[in-house]
Design a protein around this ligand. Structure first.
Ligand SMILES: Nc1ncnc2c1ncn2[C@@H]1O[C@H](COP(=O)(O)OP(=O)(O)O)[C@@H](O)[C@H]1O
Ligand SMILES: [Mg+2]
Length: 369
């Protein structure tokens, strides 16, 4: 799939923008704070319904304005999608697909697939496990729509269970917690099973990509680290039984702490480079490349699951790669629509004119040269 055009009105630092993209490579060049990331963010919102960096939706509306609009035309193999989102201060956003308003925000998922790599993705390797769980949840939801529903349900059930644990603690009375345990294990085991399958597939692909980016010097390995011991070969029901057992065994401790110690909300991924934990031993550059390989693996995974390549968004990453690695990246993903931002000119002379478009971004204005 590819994005044909983007229209923005009063979004972030843009007044009015209307641009057409190239089917293959698009490069947005501009100094800092000109609106490059804002543009990628608008695309991301059309794919995932929310921003990855705005704490509040109203931040997306241009200062001093009341409404903002994003309109994106997506060309797909079978049906094209025109995605429109309208933001209004103090109101919930409205989403239209092919001019029909959708009732549930979740109906937006799946019309546009994107994979974003931004400087913040360094956190994926460097920082705490919640960053890796966000990665799992975002990327699995793209290929398994039910997964997002399960994640939402799981956190609701978990909250109820934790509330009950706290009330038992206060009243010193054991109430029936089994109902919540059953539900938690039912949904949780499906999440765990999906994560096992996802990591299994993505580790193969990312290992390959990483090997190529580092010219055979580094071997990247991803390993699922569930919060309690499970064999990856187990069925969903077997995982469920173990989960219930773990909850039972740990109940006294959970009551004491007023929180649930085991479950997919405590999962992690171990990221090794040449056999060493990249979180602890990796250099900043190695950590960044590992995160990039993991994100790029999702591009291939979406292709194999959905049948079409997603749109690849690379925010400020190309300038950090040397020419060789850059060339590898661009040639590997030459059939993927790629949207790149950079503060400096990027040499893409060897790419045919019809396969690229270069834009200059300045104070919320974009010109194509
Ligand atoms: N709601 C908003 N209204 C007006 N300007 C905004 C809004 N949100 C962000 N900006 C401005 O956008 C600019 C940052 O844009 P960004 O896309 O992050 O820059 P970069 O080109 O470095 O990626 C800043 O100047 C910031 O003040
Ligand atoms: Mg930026």
């Amino acid at each position: 799939m590819h994005i044909e055009s983007i229209k923005l009105i009063n979004y972030r630092n843009y007044d009015k923008l209307d641009i057409k993209l190239n089917k293959k490579l698009n490069i947005f060049i501009g100094d800092n704070a000109q609106g490059k990331t804002n543009l990628l963010e608008s695309i991301y919102i059309c794919a995932f319904s929310k921003s990855y960096r705005a704490a509040k939706e109203k931040e997306l509306i241009k200062i001093d304005k009341d409404k903002a609009y994003i309109g994106i035309n997506v060309k797909r193999d079978f049906t094209d999608k025109f995605i429109e989102i309208k933001f209004e201060k103090n109101k919930t956003k409205r989403v239209r697909i092919n001019r029909v308003e959708i009732d549930k925000i979740s109906d937006l998922f799946g019309h546009l697939n994107v994979v974003l790599f931004s400087p913040e993705d360094l956190k994926l390797v460097k920082e705490g496990p919640s960053n890796r769980r966000i990665f799992l949840d975002t990327e699995i939801s793209q290929i398994r729509p039910k997964y997002r529903y399960n994640i939402n349900r799981y956190s609701k059930i978990l909250k109820q269970r934790n509330n009950l644990l706290k009330s038992i603690q206060r009243n010193n009375k054991l109430k029936t917690i089994e109902v919540w345990d059953m539900q938690l294990a039912e949904v949780g085991s499906e999440i765990i099973k999906n994560r096992i399958e996802f990591i299994d597939r993505i580790s193969e692909i990312s290992k390959n990509i990483h090997y190529n980016i580092t010219e055979g010097i580094e071997e990247l390995e991803l390993e699922y680290m569930p919060s309690f011991n499970i064999d990856c070969e187990l069925s969903k029901n077997e995982i469920k039984d173990i989960f219930i057992e773990v909850l039972n065994r740990n109940l006294a401790k959970d009551i004491e702490k007023g929180t649930t110690e085991f479950g997919p909300h405590r999962d992690d991924i171990k990221i090794n480079i040449n056999g060493l934990d990249a979180k602890i031993f990796g250099s900043q550059g190695q950590q960044r490349t590992a995160a990039l390989s993991m994100k790029l693996a999702e591009v291939e995974l979406v292709k194999s699951e959905i049948g079409e390549y997603p749109v690849l968004l690379l925010d400020d990453v190309l300038s950090e790669l040397d020419i060789k690695r850059r060339k590898f990246l661009l040639s590997t993903f030459k059939d993927v629509q790629t949207i790149i931002t950079s503060t400096e000119d990027i040499d893409v002379l060897d790419i045919h004119k019809k396969d690229k478009k270069v834009f200059y971004v300045s104070k919320g204005n974009i010109v194509n040269i």
